[in-house]
Design a protein around this ligand. Sequence first.
Ligand code: FMN
Length: 199
Amino acid sequence: MDEYEKLNQKRIGFAITGSFCTLEETMKVLENITQSGADIMPILSFNVASLDTKFGTAEHWRTEISRITNAPIIDTIPKAEPIGPKALLDAIIVLPCSGNTLGKLANGITDTPVCMAVKAHLRNNRPVLLGVSTNDGLGVSAANIGRLMNNKNIFFIPFGQDSPHKKHNSLVCDFDQALPALAMALDGKQLQPLFREYK
Ligand SMILES: Cc1cc2nc3c(=O)[nH]c(=O)nc-3n(C[C@H](O)[C@H](O)[C@H](O)COP(=O)(O)O)c2cc1C
């Protein structure tokens, strides 16, 4: 069974945080997951839901996400809360996962819709897949990544350095491996190798 068949009819939370430079690439993954027949629940951090940046306005990204998924956007903590008690999702993918959100998830801070969704979902003993994208991945975020790696039900899209000579601490996941990693996470497994080749 390939990853498209595996994702068909699965209920997937697609959580998006503020690595704004990767949102364009993220939309392609969102398109692919939607085309696999998965039932998508889009979830936005407060910052993605509201900030206009040089990579696009909040309204632009909201319109794109609605066009692709045709689903209501979860953009408040109360809207994310039922994911736990109603067991609404089979898996959550956080893509991109910012250094900020990594830090919160690693330390039990639940003050955004994305963190609330993950917390609510983890209580049901179900998988969460993180796609890191942060300039401090080998800096202060390294401890948070390490801590999350040791957590039950947390998996990572394979990641590596994206610009080792110019941005020594920067890490970014391989967006092309998001779907295979999600299919594996649904089986409770980490896609290997975890460190992607430098491209
Ligand atoms: C234009 C722009 C690009 C950014 N890119 C990144 C990024 O790639 N990775 C990251 O961790 N933070 C990035 N940030 C910072 C985050 O958006 C910021 O830490 C924010 O608090 C994240 O909140 P969230 O995790 O709740 O979405 C960027 C900020 C701006 C304005």
